[in-house]
Write a protein that binds this ligand. Structure first.
Ligand SMILES: Cc1cc2nc3c(=O)[nH]c(=O)nc-3n(C[C@H](O)[C@H](O)[C@H](O)COP(=O)(O)OP(=O)(O)OC[C@H]3O[C@@H](n4cnc5c(N)ncnc54)[C@H](O)[C@@H]3O)c2cc1C
Length: 495
């Protein structure tokens, strides 16, 4: 088989690296990219499954961190989201400890009702470490009843693509530089036979992976697969991105997301700079106003002028079509609120590996299965992101409009079940664990009317005592960790 990957952004090189490592020379791999067209150059915050991707590649964490100017990420701080002046933390990993099979958050709901002074995030190792500016990978010194830290990374997107490019080329991926101008398809079957480059060369292949970004060169421009538009649910359609100088205060082990008049701003700390951006809806905010909000909020000197990006939230009607699979922005777009895009790239790669074609002939059952699983995953992530918008108490026209949206039934059920009894509805293959849904639902202001009756079994005074003890042990364990800055300085400082 000859696999041809079209595009050398993060999606293209993540695909090339993982296929090269998994196929170990058994098949030919070619990647075509155009430096003249370039890459989108954003996509710097990740979620914990990225560690699994690195493990499959056999990459040593300190090498990866040094090469990409990474920092560690323990979650996201959401400021002004539920309402102006309020903040909450979406932590990676669990809260507290279950008692006799009852989820800790249910116990906490009961405690909170009786005046317990501490927020649920005080029982999260990740949130506690994040707010104390500390970091240490999971270690055996942590008290046994406290969940281990779960973490991801922030990295420089261009350096990451370079890192993966080197990795892939060392493992036999052929890189071709050039702009694709035509796609040759079989007159009868419609399958893609080859792509043609400016200058005339023709690259034939058996299976094509479209990583060409928003333009969807193969999946849309050639195969006309169609796009399911989700902008009636998630109306933000523009972003401005700008890096700024790093300040000492900004070097925190978490992403910051601050809601604003008609969207939100991100702040991503890296070792050598801070990444900033403003995602907004152009129906409610002009580009000049958006730039003004972004530039006024920087906490260091801007290193360039803001770069505009446009998008339409949604997904391809089929991710796999004939002998082509779309991965990355070519597959669709969900705004980067929960840093899910690179995860979707990773998961599409592993899904493809699990359904790898046997030959160049079409494989309808694999295509159906790939599309079924991908659709489930995209819809669940869409619901999770939408949750941040629909449950809000802000007063601007954009946010009032977000509250009025009729949400998909799947999300409506999750919200109702949580409102009624603090329970998270379980879905097959759900990416974000219950603790993520709980953090965001409570953080956005969705307080359950009741808690699980099982949480009433233990006498209140005993429960209070257990919770205090747990919180104390957790805070003591975290206080023994090095600071995030010191940990990087000592173990993985970039040149
Ligand atoms: C504002 C914003 C913020 C984001 N933040 C995050 C985040 O924090 N975390 C996260 O996980 N994701 C984030 N994303 C998503 C993330 O940036 C992308 O998923 C990731 O960069 C992958 O992009 P890509 O490789 O699919 O596309 P691109 O980077 O656009 O790459 C496309 C490639 O195709 C090539 N190409 C295109 N046309 C041709 C042609 N005709 N001939 C030859 N080559 C061609 C280009 O040269 C390029 O190499 C963000 C996205 C946006 C818009």
């Amino acid at each position: 088989m000859h696999y041809v990957i079209v595009g050398g952004g993060t999606a293209g090189w993540m695909t090339a690296a993982c296929l090269a490592q998994s196929l170990r020379g058994a098949h030919r791999l070619t990647l075509i990219e155009s430096e003249e067209i370039g890459t989108i150059g954003v996509g710097e915050a990740t979620i914990p499954p990225i560690q699994f991707y690195n493990k499959v590649l056999g990459v040593a964490e300190p090498d990866f961190i040094r090469a990409t100017q990474s920092t560690f990420k323990l979650g996201i701080e959401f400021k002004n989201w539920g309402r102006a002046g309020h903040r909450y933390f979406h932590q990676f990993g669990e809260f507290g400890a279950n008692v006799s099979g009852v989820s800790f958050h249910q116990l906490w709901l009961r405690l909170a009702h009786h005046g317990h002074p501490y927020p649920l995030s005080d029982y999260s190792p990740a949130a506690t470490a994040a707010y104390q500016g500390r970091f240490l990978p999971p270690f055996s010194g942590m008290s046994k009843d406290i969940p281990q830290l779960s973490y991801a990374y922030h990295f420089d997107a261009s350096l990451y693509a370079n890192f993966l490019r080197d990795y892939s080329q060392k493992r036999g991926v052929l890189r071709i530089e050039g702009r694709i101008t035509e796609v040759d398809r079989d007159g009868e079957s419609g399958l893609i036979n080859a792509v043609r480059l400016e200058g005339g060369s023709r690259i034939a292949g058996d299976f094509f992976i479209d990583c060409s970004g928003f333009r969807g060169l193969l999946i849309e421009q050639s195969l006309q697969t169609g796009y399911e538009d989700w902008s009636h649910w998630l109306p933000c359609n523009r972003a401005l991105a700008v890096p700024c100088e790093r300040t000492t205060d900004s070097f925190v082990p978490y992403t910051r997301s601050t809601a604003d008049r008609a969207g939100w701003l991100w702040r991503i700390p890296l070792q050598h700079r801070t990444g900033n951006g403003h995602v907004y809806c152009s129906d409610f905010l002009s580009d000049d106003e958006a730039a003004d909000v972004l530039m006024r909020g920087l906490d260091g000197k801007a290193l360039s002028s803001p770069r505009p990006l446009r998008f339409q939230t949604g997904r391809r009607k089929k991710f796999w079509n004939g002998n082509c699979v779309a991965i990355g922005l070519a597959a669709g777009f969900l705004e980067p609120l929960e840093s899910t895009s690179l995860y979707l790239v990773q998961s599409a790669i592993f899904r493809l590996l699990s359904l790898l074609p046997h030959s160049s002939r079409p494989d309808p059952s694999a295509e159906i299965e790939f599309n079924r699983l991908s659709t489930l995953e995209w819809e669940q992530l869409r619901d999770f992101i939408l949750l941040h918008y629909v449950v809000n108490d802000r007063d601007e026209p954009f946010w009032r409009e977000c509250r009025r949206v009729t949400v998909p039934d799947t999300l409506a059920h999750r919200i109702e079940l949580f409102r009624a009894r603090g329970k998270v509805a379980r879905h097959d293959g759900q990416l974000f664990p219950d603790s993520s849904w709980i953090a965001v639902m409570l953080g956005q202001g969705l307080m359950p009317e009741r808690w699980d009756p099982l949480a009433d079994v233990m006498p209140l005074a005993d429960l209070e005592k257990q919770a205090q003890g747990l919180r104390q042990r957790l805070h003591q364990s975290i206080a023994r960790m090095p600071s995030h800055v010191d940990f990087i300085e000592q173990h993985c400082k970039a040149a």
